[in-house]
Ligand binder design. Sequence first.
Ligand SMILES: [Zn+2]
Length: 275
Amino acid sequence: MPELPEVETVANGVNERIRGERIKSVWLSRYKEPFKTPPDPMSEALTGSRIDLVHRIGKHIVFDLSQNKKPLQWIVHLGMTGRLLVSSPDVPVPSHTHAVLTLSSGRELRFVDARRFGRLALHSTSGSEPSAPFQGPGREPLTISADDFAALFRHRKLPIKAALLNQKLLHGVGNIYADESLFRAGIRPTRIAGRLTRVQLDKLHAALQDILRKAISLGGSSVSDYVDADGVAGFFQLEHRVYMRTGQPCLVCETPIRRTLLAGRGTHYCPQCQR
Ligand SMILES: [Zn+2]
């Protein structure tokens, strides 16, 4: 499952390749799962639009489009196995392709998703029922201030790991970066969020932002010729200090790393370094 840094890498890669292009035609598959907006209105709205910017919000890839100066957003969520590919038309279309956008350069933007947990939707910011630009459900972990970050967890009676994964609080933080940031901050994942001190929350805030930025910078350099969420998944693995290191010695104190289940997710921590 792509996490925030992978999604950011894909969004940046797509943006570099196709920003400024116009969508000439649209083909969508007959499967209903990927389409949060029905295929016909989606295809109609996308056709003829100009791609002004592609960026990440939470774990969503957001295409800022304009059609006759009217703004519109196309929202892509990669789900478990979704991929966005920028391809020359002579490259065979992979199986499990659910969307093909033919661009003014002749290249194609393809959305491929074998397990169909990915989602495509339109977000209208003009027209008869205009809404605010797409925001996602929670706060943005990369840019949230230390004050706002601390405020998110005040009075919360759930474990800090579960709070980090709650997309309504912070959007885009997944299992790997929750475990890794808690290790770097020296906080046991089971600690009740509302009982952490401000000093601990400040450490966690700094650790989370630092680790996400590092992952993005590593991911950015690992994707060269094409954009492929699968191709970058796990690119951060060399840097893992606790995630999936059950039983291996802690890199700081050599105590074996433990694994427990928390909020239904495998959770990795050092019982010595994290209190
Ligand atoms: Zn340790």
